[in-house]
Design a binder for this molecule. Structure first.
Ligand SMILES: [Zn+2]
Ligand SMILES: [Zn+2]
Length: 311
């Protein structure tokens, strides 16, 4: 059964494939912003945490994570539901504020991953290149960081506002950083009763929140291809991993996802907690998203057969 019908220019994929393996060293200079994000967490050692700082951490974490899971992944990469052009742009901007580049770049890499999962052509397979590469090495290499997505996501290239975000990848993240600096120091100044400081707010609301977002996203490529259970006999090494699912608002049901990538829900049953699905379902009641795709009956039948056989 065919699981994905996303438009991809195969000529470009051929070029992409043949160039894999070259220029794949992890470089230092291009990763200075990525390194600085991590360094920005160090002040937590002396400024500690307060309830107010932790609340700001959650407030900046959860919506941005949804921008990645509900936006970059389930919408831009897999088109698992439909939405308006305005909400599409809102999802794009929300995702950009997570410092994982723009939706076209992200979706291009991700579509490629599904097509070549766990083969030599896959960009980040732990089975081929080890844990570190799968987790973060691939994104620190110049070739992957600079991928031009034009023909890998042709369906979204007709939106100039998305192309703008791709060509100017720093605009949204730097605006978000400036906003968070103002908010952090403003809150600390005007609400001294919160007993926190501007630095503490900034470290939790920006640095730790952003670095946490990075690493839980990376866990889907690393841990969810190494540890967990396999409900479906997919050709790749994808696994359902409860912990990754909890940390990523549902993205850890990765074996389900590889079996039927165009499903909007990745937890296929009510007991597989999928916060992104619950949020999208809620948004659909307000008419912000619609046509949420579900796995077909034969996928559920296949799951049942595996359970019956004791697999
Ligand atoms: Zn995968
Ligand atoms: Zn996917």
């Amino acid at each position: 059964m065919k699981t994905s019908t996303l438009p991809v220019n195969t000529d470009v994929l051929e070029t992409f494939q043949t160039s894999l393996g070259k220029n794949e060293q992890i470089e230092f200079w291009g990763n200075i912003p990525f390194i600085l994000l991590h360094v920005g967490c160090i002040p937590v050692l002396w400024c500690g945490v307060t309830p107010a700082a932790f609340v700001l951490f959650l407030v900046t974490l959860i919506p941005r994570m949804f921008g990645l899971t509900g936006g970059y992944h389930r919408y831009f990469s897999h088109r698992s539901y439909k939405t308006s052009r305005a909400f599409q742009f809102a999802l794009a901007v929300l995702g950009c504020s997570a410092f994982q580049k723009d939706p076209l770049w992200w979706a291009a890499h991700h579509r490629h991953h599904h097509r070549y999962a766990d083969t030599k052509l896959d960009t980040h397979p732990p089975s081929q290149r080890g844990f570190f590469w799968a987790h973060m090495g691939w994104v620190m290499c110049k070739k992957n960081a600079n991928l031009k997505p034009d023909d890998l996501v042709p369906d979204f290239m007709r939106y100039p506002e998305l192309v703008y975000l791709n060509r100017h990848q720093k605009v949204v993240p730097l605006t978000f950083l400036a906003f968070m600096a103002l908010l952090s120091y403003g809150l600390a100044y005007f609400f001294p009763g919160l007993q926190t400081s501007g630095l503490q707010f900034l470290v939790w609301g920006f640095s730790i929140s952003t670095v946490f977002l990075h690493h839980v996203t990376f866990c889907v490529n690393s841990f969810a291809h190494i540890a967990g259970s396999r409900r479906f006999e997919t050709k790749d090494t994808s696994r359902n991993n409860l912990w990754v699912a909890l940390l990523t608002m549902g993205e850890g049901w990765h074996n389900n996802h590889h079996r039927f990538p165009s499903s909007e829900r990745q937890g296929f049953y009510w007991w597989e907690l999928d916060m992104t699905h619950l949020i999208l379902k809620t948004l659909s009641w307000f008419g912000l998203v619609w046509d949420l795709k579900v796995p077909p009956a034969e996928v559920y039948e296949e799951a049942k057969r595996r359970v019956t056989r004791g697999a």
